[in-house]
Design a protein around this ligand. Structure first.
Ligand code: PRP
Ligand code: URA
Length: 213
């Protein structure tokens, strides 16, 4: 089974706590999400291979290092995943970006797909699926299945806050996909919101708050 990585760096925990606070507004929420996505990106790319190449400094020649191997693709799950794209592509500017549109049916809590556009060469890329919330895991699991249908073999899932139920679902459905979280929370409530969580991530990013938790 692929690993669960909890990235509990103090800077990430500090920023995440401000995001969780219900008094934090959309502007700060978006900025913090972007910053955390970039910080998590450092950890997620830690095993990217390097190759040597010759460079000349103003003083002498030396052997430099550059990232080698597969290029990266970032696939946000709409809407809330959009808030994590900028941070990651700032870190890896050559990334291609795909989009998968899913929303949770409010009654069944099951994901409904409404959009999918992926880079044509995605199967040759290391693909990072991003979404702030991993609740039941249904949305992320369906998104990963769609990406696998394109022949992608190297997929990583990066979320901000996860529930044990969501982690279990991904590990059962996609045992080859490592999960990166900033926090593993306690549980889901009866409406499948993460407790303590941070509320509805999409609503908080885009200021469309009419969700009843
Ligand atoms: C949220 C969140 C995830 C999903 C997680 O999206 O951004 O995509 O719920 O829940 P799950 O793990 O139980 O599937 P939502 O359906 O609220 O859509 P939105 O991003 O458009 O607000
Ligand atoms: N989606 C969210 O945005 N928040 C949750 O807690 C669960 C699903």
């Amino acid at each position: 089974m692929a690993e669960l990585h909890i990235i509990d760096h103090p800077m990430i925990q500090h920023k995440l706590s401000i995001m969780r606070d219900k008094n934090t507004g959309s502007k700060d929420f978006r900025e913090l999400l972007r910053e955390i996505a970039m910080l998590m990106g450092y950890e997620l790319t830690r095993d990217f291979p390097l190759e040597d190449y010759p460079i000349e400094t103003p003083i002498c020649g030396m052997t430099g290092k550059r990232i080698s191997g597969k290029k990266m693709a970032v696939v946000p799950i709409l809407r809330a995943g959009l808030g994590m794209v900028d941070g990651l592509i700032t870190l890896v500017p050559a990334s291609r970006v795909g989009h998968i549109g899913l929303y949770r049916d409010p009654e069944t809590h099951l994901p409904v797909t409404y959009y999918c556009k992926l880079p044509p060469d995605i199967k040759n890329r290391t693909t990072i699926v991003v979404d702030p919330m991993l609740a039941t895991g249904g949305s992320a699991s369906d998104a990963i299945s769609k990406i696998k249908e394109e022949g992608v073999s190297d997929i990583r899932l990066m979320c901000l806050v996860g529930a044990p139920e969501g982690v279990k679902k991904i590990q059962e459905d996609h045992p080859d996909v490592p999960i990166y979280l900033a926090a593993l929370d306690e549980k889901l409530n009866e409406k499948a919101y993460i407790v303590p969580g941070l509320g509805d991530a999409g609503d908080r990013i885009f200021g469309t708050i009419y969700t009843i938790y």
